[in-house]
Write a protein that binds this ligand. Structure first.
Ligand code: 4NP
Length: 147
């Protein structure tokens, strides 16, 4: 799960997907394409909205996406088009690039809808992001279970 800072959207996506899959079978992680917040806990607003739904984000720590993530993961979900393009720019070959998807395309594959960046807004934005990610992660979890 990848966003810009790895403190708002992708920590939520990580926590939500992790809650829907078997921990011993599926490794879920998140990262940011920028390094501004490396080492930080998720934004308190993400922690609070997740807590409301019974998901704990407090063990997470921000890190930057690296080219090694293409080797470590089979599916890489970008929250928005900018994250998507930034990761594609790091892809070493077509196989790397094909791992990268826009997360909300799991809901509507043609729409290219982005998860809006809630960082500069209020808590409503985080609730909205939670709902979008929950819907997408439900679809992803069902898909992964069939692999
Ligand atoms: P995120 O949100 O990409 O969902 O973690 C942001 C966090 C920090 C910044 C931008 C977006 N920032 O500019 O510091």
């Amino acid at each position: 799960m990848v966003c810009l800072g790895n403190i708002c959207r992708s920590p939520l996506a990580e926590g939500i997907l992790q809650s829907k899959v078997h921990r011993d079978k599926v490794q879920v992680d998140s990262a940011g394409t920028a390094a501004y917040h490396v080492g930080e806990f998720p934004d308190i607003r993400s922690i609070e909205v997740a807590k409301k739904y019974g998901i704990d984000l407090t063990k997470q720590q921000a890190r930057k996406f690296t080219v090694r993530d293409f080797d470590a993961f089979d599916l890489i979900y970008a929250m928005d088009t900018s994250n998507y393009q930034n990761m594609l720019a790091l892809a070493r070959n077509t196989a790397d690039g094909q791992k990268v998807r826009l997360i909300l395309n799991e809901i509507d594959s043609e729409a290219n809808t982005e998860v809006p960046d809630p960082y500069y807004g209020g808590t409503d934005g985080f609730d909205n992001v939670y709902k979008m990610l929950d819907e997408a992660c439900e679809i992803i979890a069902t898909k992964i279970e069939k692999l």
